[in-house]
Design a protein. Structure first.
Length: 108
């Protein structure tokens, strides 16, 4: 299978899934991402990105138990797959390589 491409937002969501590991669900991803970015993020955009990541095989989901606090609804948890980790590693290597190619310029 060819390497999956990741958009910037998908990459951020996948990084959050990896960071939160087995506790990654929509609202947890939203809150942590907003804290890191210091700006508002649309929960629907997160759910769309999670679905795309799942379709690409970069993340998998499972449902948690039913709780009274959630009105009988279950949380959908996500974890990164081996292919997802490989995609993140590839993105990191590319960005690091490009960053290292920036000339040593003084901006004073």
């Amino acid at each position: 299978m060819s390497e999956q491409s990741l958009g910037e937002f998908e990459e951020l969501i996948l990084l959050m899934v990896a960071t939160l590991h087995d506790e990654a669900y929509g609202v947890a991803i939203l809150e942590n991402l907003e804290a890191k970015l210091e700006k508002k993020v649309n929960i629907s955009a997160i759910h769309v990105a999670l679905k795309r990541l799942e379709n690409k095989g970069l993340a998998v989901s499972r449902y948690g138990g039913i709780t009274k606090e959630r009105g009988g609804r279950r949380k959908k948890y996500y974890v990164i797959t081996a292919m997802g980790k490989k995609a993140l590693d590839s993105q990191y290597a590319l960005r690091t390589d490009l960053y290292r190619q920036i000339p040593k310029i003084s901006f004073n």
